[in-house]
Design a protein around this ligand. Structure first.
Ligand SMILES: [Zn+2]
Length: 214
C-alpha cells in the first residue's frame, strides 16, 4: 500500500457482535481496538530501530467521520464508535472466552483489524474500519452457535451494503488529508540515526526515509 502511494485505508471486516443491539447485518464503525493476537508481527520496527507511535486513538478521526456520514446515507443501521477485540484465531471463540470478552465491554470481535491499524499508523496511513456484523459469536443463548455457513450467508448480504457505503465515502473524501496520521512517526523514532544499521535503513526506507536518510 505504501509503495503504491496509498494514504488512506478503509478496511472491510466481517465481525461477530458482542452486544444484543448490534444485530447481524448491522454496521459498526469502531473507534477502539483491543489486541489479543499472539503469533503475528504487528510492527515494522525492531531490527536495530525502536519506534513508539501514539496509538491512544487507533482510528483516523477524519476517516471515521467520512464513514459515519456515508453509513448514515446508506439506509443500513450504523453504530458509530465501539471497541473491536482482535483475537488470534483462526478458530472462533470458546463460550468461556466469548462471555469474558462481553464482560470486558467490547462491542465486536474479529481477527485482523488491530494488526492492520498498528501497521497503518506506523506507515503513516489513515485507517478506519467498516465492520459488518455477521453473527452473535457464541455467547448468545437463543441464537445458533456460529458456523462458517451462517457467517457467509449474512456476509453476502452485507457486501451490498458495504459497496454502497464505500462508493458514498469515496465521493465525500476531501482531496487532502487534514489529520495527524501523516506525521505519526515524526517524534516516534527513538534510535539515533547513526546507530540504525544500514540494512534496516534500506529495508525501512519507504517508512522512515522521510525522517532518517540512508
Ligand atoms: Zn488520518
Amino acid at each position: 500500500m505504501k509503495k503504491l502511494g496509498v494514504d488512506r485505508i478503509i478496511s472491510l471486516s466481517a465481525v461477530g457482535s458482542m452486544r444484543e443491539e448490534i444485530e447481524p447485518g448491522h454496521i459498526v464503525i469502531p473507534d477502539q481496538f483491543y489486541d489479543l493476537t499472539k503469533h503475528r508481527k504487528s510492527t515494522f520496527f525492531g531490527e536495530g530501530v525502536v519506534a513508539h507511535v501514539g496509538f491512544a486513538d487507533p482510528v483516523c478521526h477524519d476517516l471515521f467521520g467520512v464513514l459515519a456520514d456515508a453509513g448514515g446515507k446508506s439506509g443500513a443501521t450504523v453504530h458509530k464508535g465501539g471497541t473491536y477485540i482482535c483475537m488470534e484465531g483462526p478458530q472462533f471463540s470458546t463460550r468461556a472466552e466469548s462471555r469474558i470478552y462481553r464482560k470486558w465491554g467490547v462491542d465486536v470481535i474479529g481477527m485482523t483489524n488491530a494488526t492492520e491499524a498498528k501497521l497503518a499508523r506506523e506507515a503513516e496511513i489513515c485507517y478506519a474500519t467498516l465492520a459488518l456484523s455477521t453473527d452473535y459469536d457464541c455467547w448468545h443463548e437463543s441464537e445458533e452457535d456460529v458456523t462458517v455457513e451462517a457467517v457467509i450467508a449474512v456476509l453476502m448480504k452485507n457486501i451490498e451494503t458495504a459497496k454502497k457505503i464505500i462508493k458514498e465515502a469515496v465521493a465525500m473524501m476531501p482531496a487532502k488529508r487534514g489529520c495527524r496520521c501523516s506525521e505519526a512517526l515524526k517524534n516516534a523514532i527513538m534510535t539515533k540515526a547513526e546507530l540504525i544499521p544500514e540494512k534496516t535503513k534500506k529495508d525501512l526506507d519507504l517508512i522512515i526515509g522521510k525522517y532518517i536518510k540512508t
